[in-house]
Write a protein that binds this ligand. Structure first.
Ligand SMILES: NC(=O)c1ccc[n+]([C@@H]2O[C@H](COP(=O)([O-])OP(=O)(O)OC[C@H]3O[C@@H](n4cnc5c(N)ncnc54)[C@H](OP(=O)(O)O)[C@@H]3O)[C@@H](O)[C@H]2O)c1
Length: 360
């Protein structure tokens, strides 16, 4: 099978670099186009990331020689790629228009940005939770008159560290009425160069602009449904979030307390549900899917970012410290890799799902 040609928009940034690294040797996709701001345009990719390449492996040879294009010149991508991953840091309205423009040029967009997360016909996907939300794509295409293009987004990077374990319990019939969470979010979540070292070394910053609102609202769309051609939130759960920036390089951690409805699972039952949880990406054997999406570590001082963020290609959620809660019903700690599961790896998994569903 010939591989699909893919473009990475924002290829020079923190998330873009992860895309370039993760797509090397991908069985279905190959990078054929890289784009960023006009500051990087016109340089060889290798030169554009000189001095700011954050990956442990070298720049893949097949990408190093590609010329970086100006992402705003959409016609430069036409004929060069079958779809794009969007990982640009831009003002939201301009980014929405730019992503739409790629879709209008017959190029499907898998986005990491928050620009389109609340567009009524754009699915916000975690493939283990809401793969059926891709059913809205024909409606989205028809509404815009797009023939081949469409837009799919990922949620905020911290959601991945707790929402799949919570959803696994809901799937087994346990209603979750309330959730309180405190996140400890890595510095790579702020992009490069991100938070100033003098602010974050030896410190914790108890505020990340917009993150608490995203943590409280985005799960409701993901757990929601399609009605009359648009998404309707599942408003039955109340969420309260505290989001903190901590001096960790990669890996977002969340301490979570849950209150259930009338049926309350025992701790052993929760462990059994998490252990046995499998979903569509595992059934379809998508190349980036973790074999075990939720890994429980019983040691009382886990999960830890340094030790657990890379579990199962850095695509698994690692949970630990499950215990009774004195205020709600149960509490636990969840962890996932923010620039892989929470960004580029998650975006690739979305595209793999769309490919298997014959949308590409
Ligand atoms: N970091 C994470 O953990 C994470 C997780 C989930 C989602 N996200 C989202 O992913 C996106 C990228 O984040 P990041 O952390 O990779 O940021 P970053 O390291 O700051 O990289 C930003 C990228 O956007 C490009 N860019 C900036 N202005 C542009 C413009 N006017 N036109 C086209 N490209 C432009 C930059 O190109 P130049 O190099 O040419 O300036 C660079 O490639 C953001 O929307 C962010 O919210 C990030």
């Amino acid at each position: 099978m010939a591989k699909l040609k893919v473009g990475v928009l924002g290829a020079t940034g923190m998330v873009g670099q992860q895309y370039i690294r993760l797509l090397e040797g991908h069985p279905w996709f190959e990078v054929s186009f890289v784009a960023a701001s006009e500051r990087s345009a016109g340089k060889k990719y290798l030169d554009s990331v000189a001095g700011r390449w954050q990956m442990k492996s070298d720049v893949p040879k097949s990408v190093g020689d590609l010329m970086v294009e100006d992402a705003s010149k959409v016609d430069r991508a036409v004929g060069k790629c079958d779809m794009v991953f969007s990982a640009m840091e831009m003002e939201k309205e301009a980014l929405r228009a730019l992503e739409d423009s790629y879709a209008a040029h017959d190029i499907p967009v898998f986005s990491n940005s928050s620009a389109h997360r609340w567009t009524e016909d754009v699915p916000m996907l975690i493939p283990e939770i809401n793969p059926q939300h891709l059913d809205i794509i024909p409606i989205q295409k028809k509404r815009h008159g797009w023939k081949k293009g469409f837009v799919v987004v990922k949620p905020n990077c911290s959601l991945q560290s707790y929402l799949t374990p919570v959803y696994a319990l809901m799937k087994e019939g346990f209603e979750v009425r309330k959730m309180i969470l405190s996140t400890m979010q890595a510095v790579s979540g702020a992009g490069y160069p991100g938070v100033a070292s003098l602010d974050i070394v030896d410190n914790i910053i108890p505020y990340i602009g917009g993150e608490e609102e995203k943590s409280e609202k985005e799960p409701l769309k993901i757990l929601g449904r399609i009605e009359n051609g648009k998404f309707v939130n599942n408003d039955s759960m109340k969420i309260s979030a505290h989001c903190n920036r901590v001096p960790v390089v990669d890996g977002h951690t969340a301490c979570v307390s849950l209150e259930f409805g009338i049926r309350k699972p025992a701790l052993e039952e929760i462990l059994r549900i998490w252990k046995n949880f499998r979903a569509v990406p595992q059934e379809l054997e998508l190349p980036s899917a973790p074999k075990q999406p939720i890994i429980y570590n019983p040691e009382n001082n886990r999960p830890q970012p340094r030790k657990d963020r890379d579990n199962d290609k850095a695509m698994a959620v690692t949970v630990g410290r499950l215990r009774q809660c004195n205020v709600f019903d149960v509490r636990f700690v969840g962890l996932s890799h923010n620039t892989i599961r929470g960004a580029a790896g998650g975006g690739i998994l979305n595209a793999e799902l769309a490919f298997k569903k014959n949308l590409l």
